[in-house]
Structure formats: C-alpha cells, structure tokens
Design a protein. Structure first.
Length: 233
C-alpha cells in the first residue's frame, strides 16, 4: 500500500522531534543548529512555513530548505529523486529500518518499501520519513508485484556464501541497474528465502575483517552510495 511522507503523523510532535535534533543530546553546551526567527518583514513565498518564520527553524535540514514547509520540501525533492528504490524486510521490528529510511532520504531514493509488519521503529529515521515516500507491503509477493509494475530490477544485498544455491557477487562487479530496487533483509538472518526468490541478482559487500556481515543500516548506505556513484549527478 502506498503512503505519503508524514502520513498519520502528529505535526506538532514532528516539529518537537525536529527541534530535538538541533542540540547534542544531554549536552547543553553544544550549539543549536538552524536559524532563529526570521526578521520582519517576512518574504512573500508560499513555500515558507509561518510558524517556522515566527519561531525559528531548528530542523536538521540543508540550508536551502530553511523555513520551508514539509510539503514544499517534499514537492521540491520529488522533482529530482533518483531512479532507485529501497526495501527492507520487517518481520521482527528490526531497529535498522530507521537508518535505512534516513539513508534513503540522504541519497535521494525514489521510494522506501517496508515488507512484513506495518509498524516500525522510527527513532533511527530522525524524522526523515516525513520527506520520503514510504510504502508498506504485507508480503514479499506484494513487493514483487509492485516492482513489476514499476519496471524495477530487484537487487538483493546480502552475503549468501559460496555454498548457497543462488550465490552472490561483489557489489562493485559492475554498476547497479539504473531502475532498481535494493532489497535488504533482517538483522542476523539476512534476506529470507522468499526474498531471495524474487531477486534478479544478489550482490554482496566485500569485507576484510573477521565478521561475516554488517547490519542493514550500514549496508544500505554503502549500496545506495554505489548506485549514486554510478548514476547520480
């Protein structure tokens, strides 16, 4: 099911959450981010939020978007999002989902797809879910249907190992497909068998230490950056 940025969210609560990100937690000596109230007279610009103009804008947004309303920011982002989507399985309320959403915002993903449980822990997203298009799919099959409708190549990101019947190849073997969905699994378990089954290809992130895997939050940032390096501005 499709969703708009910020669906079902309390706007006042979101502003409070944004402001909470403006100062280092527990350290009042750290400077606040953002800007204070805008001097009078205010600019004549429909994109600007009167409350932010009056109270100041302490949100964790780039300077271009100071005082802009959430709706105006989303509309502007919609004109220049990239061609890739990201998806993550959510069968056990994985805490990595918030980080995946935050990375999707940072790298300009066209959309984020949550597969499995509808509820997810938004804390790690740091309110960035307000600026991305998040969709929910109850099953992997529903996700596969959506990918077909959007003409997306499904790329699983997981280290499947040499003994896996499908196997995986290095992320940097060749550029990721331009119109692709990067699919991530759960912490520990990785991609489910059903998720692997809908993948057109599976890529792994080469590692050089003792650990066999990294969490989905970290992996998503690496994979999205690889896509942007290949296709982005």
């Amino acid at each position: 099911m499709a969703g708009r940025p910020g669906d079902g969210r309390d706007r006042a609560g979101d502003r409070a959450a944004d402001r909470a990100g403006g100062r280092g937690p527990g350290d009042p000596d750290l400077p606040e981010v953002g800007v204070g109230p805008h001097p009078i007279p205010w600019p004549d610009d429909d994109r600007l939020d009167p409350q932010l103009l009056a109270e100041g804008d302490r949100r964790n947004v780039v300077d271009r978007y100071r005082y802009w309303s959430v709706e105006a920011i989303v509309a502007d982002l919609d004109t220049r999002r990239h061609d890739f989507h990201v998806a993550i399985e959510n069968w056990r309320h994985d805490l990595n989902i918030g980080t995946v959403v935050r990375n999707a915002n940072a790298f300009g993903a066209a959309g984020v797809h949550i597969v499995g449980r509808r509820r997810w822990n938004r804390r790690g997203a740091m309110v960035t879910d307000r600026y991305v298009h998040v969709q929910h799919h109850a099953t992997v099959g529903e996700l596969a249907q959506r990918c077909r409708a959007l003409d997306l190549v499904v790329v699983g990101i997981d280290n499947l190992g040499d003994d896996h019947p499908v196997g995986s190849r290095p992320l940097d073997d060749e550029p990721l497909p331009r119109r692709s969905l990067l699919l991530f699994g759960q912490e520990g378990a990785g991609l489910s068998a059903e998720a692997v089954g809908i993948c057109d290809q599976v890529r792994e992130i080469p590692m050089f230490g003792s650990t066999r895997s990294i969490n989905a939050g970290v992996a998503s940032g690496i994979a999205m950056h690889a896509w942007v390096r290949a296709h982005g501005p």
